[in-house]
Design a protein around this ligand. Structure first.
Ligand SMILES: NC(=O)C1=CN([C@@H]2O[C@H](COP(=O)(O)OP(=O)(O)OC[C@H]3O[C@@H](n4cnc5c(N)ncnc54)[C@H](O)[C@@H]3O)[C@@H](O)[C@H]2O)C=CC1
Ligand SMILES: CCC(=O)/C=C/C=C\C[C@@H](O)/C=C/C=C/C=C\[C@@H](O)CCCC(=O)O
Length: 253
């Protein structure tokens, strides 16, 4: 699918990878409706995008992926303003393994993209008035192998990978024009990784050593992979891993 003229919704689009995903979609001619819980940064990013890509090609709406009501409102607004919903990127996510954080992490990193994938299917499937489209769920290489420094984070991403592969296998969705893919980046240069040094993992020293060993990608390198999954209509159920040290790998399950 060429994204030129298509409508896209990106969650967690105010900064980091979500901002890079919105940017590459805008650069290729899509209209983008992005959401985020951070209203201040979201409005700053909106202004930046509108100055570069035009007032009428991008919109921001403050919304929390843990709220069904807020995300239903987001999807309603997006479909109406975009004129059609063809791409959904479930990107919003956090780190944090502590007693005070791990349940919130599951709510955001696993329940959030499941909530938004369910909405996306309903809004995209042709038998319910949609025009077909693609959902890309943002997991992690941390969901593909055990991670002693982020067991809850890895569990959330492993769950998202399997959920995504499972709905991609649903012929009720595929026969109505919906594709589902998963992008599994390793470390990229965002606040999420920077926060590792502030103690979001179970072992900061070991985690930082892993980051140094694996290397850190630019957000643009990850965004190129998103564009590949969105535009290649042959990709359904695909899981694309990408890292600084190993490049791109379609995971051969
Ligand atoms: N940066 C990295 O190395 C990697 C990141 N990822 C995943 O990529 C996604 C984006 O992460 P980054 O850009 O790195 O982090 P980031 O912290 O820079 O951006 C995350 C965005 O999500 C938003 N957000 C957080 N909770 C939210 C909620 N409840 N509702 C709506 N928005 C919310 C934040 O406000 C922020 O704008 C996450 O799912 C993360 O797990 C996956 C692999 C590697
Ligand atoms: C080095 C950090 C690490 O081992 C992962 C920790 C996971 C959870 C703790 C969380 O608070 C920090 C998350 C940061 C994640 C950043 C990138 C990961 O999504 C890539 C995982 C790297 C890999 O295992 O290949």
């Amino acid at each position: 699918m060429k994204v030129d003229g298509k409508g896209a919704l990106v969650t967690g689009g105010a900064q980091g990878l979500g901002k890079a995903f919105s940017k590459i979609l805008l650069q290729n001619g899509a209209k983008v409706f992005f959401t985020d819980i951070n209203e201040e940064v979201g409005k700053t990013t909106l202004t930046e995008f509108q100055q570069t890509y035009g007032q009428n090609n991008v919109r921001f709406f403050k919304a929390d992926v843990t709220s069904t009501a807020q995300m239903k409102e987001s999807f309603d607004m997006a479909k109406s303003w975009l004129g059609g919903l063809h791409v959904v990127v479930n990107n919003a996510g956090i780190g944090g393994e502590g007693d005070d954080m791990w349940e919130k992490l599951i709510d955001i990193n696993l329940k959030g993209p499941i909530r938004c994938s369910r909405l996306a299917v309903d809004y995209m499937r042709r038998d319910k008035g949609g025009e077909g489209g693609v959902i890309v769920n943002i997991a992690s290489t941390g969901g593909l192998r055990p991670n002693p420094y982020g067991p809850v984070y890895s569990g959330s991403k492993a769950g998202l990978i399997m959920y995504s592969r499972s709905i991609a296998a649903n012929q009720e969705y595929t026969s109505n024009g919906v594709r589902v893919c998963t992008l599994c980046p390793s470390f990229a240069d965002t606040a999420l990784v920077a926060n590792i040094s502030k103690g979001t993992t179970t072992n900061t020293e070991a985690a930082l050593a892993l980051v140094n060993q694996v290397g850190i990608m630019t957000v643009e390198e990850v965004a190129d992979c998103l564009h590949e999954l969105v535009t290649d209509d042959s990709k359904n159920g695909a899981v694309l891993a990408v890292s600084k040290h190993q490049g791109k790998t379609y995971v051969p399950f």
